[in-house]
Design a protein around this ligand. Structure first.
Ligand code: HEC
Length: 111
């Protein structure tokens, strides 16, 4: 019995942590920003009104509108293969994915 309750609490905590818009996201968003600055910014526009350095790479603020974040999370976990030779294959760990999506969501949430 106590074990089951413990599991439920863990699930709830994880859920709250993973839901965008919950207080305490700032740290995650900052982490996500650092991540995309390091790995993606040389091709993708990562801000609200910048231009992609690579002309074919969609700005992230558009990516988040085209793809639901659940879909993105899935493809990031499996490794994104966009079919474009210029785009390297990325595989991110779950904490990095959370951070990345947190950052993406922050782009669309506060225009
Ligand atoms: C070397 C350049 C380059 C880097 C670095 C890069 N991308 Fe891309 N990315 C592209 C290009 C070019 C496209 C457009 C591909 C196309 O239209 O076929 C793209 C498309 C995408 C798409 C849309 C995929 C689709 O199927 O439409 C996503 C999502 C994406 N990139 C995420 C990322 C993430 C996350 C990172 C960093 C971890 C990243 N990219 C780093 C060049 C890059």
């Amino acid at each position: 019995m106590p074990l089951r309750r413990l599991r439920c609490v863990t699930a709830c905590v994880l859920f709250t942590w993973a839901t965008p818009g919950v207080a305490g996201d700032e740290v995650m968003i900052a982490r996500g920003k650092a991540l995309v600055e390091e790995k993606c910014a040389r091709c993708h526009a990562i801000g609200r009104d910048d231009k992609s350095p690579h002309e074919k790479a969609p700005p992230f603020r558009e990516v988040v509108e085209i793809y639901p974040s659940e879909d993105l999370a899935e493809s990031l976990a499996e490794g994104i293969v966009s079919g474009h030779p210029d785009m390297p294959v990325f595989k991110l760990d779950p904490p990095d994915i959370e951070a990345f999506l947190g950052y993406l969501n922050s782009l669309s949430e506060n225009p």
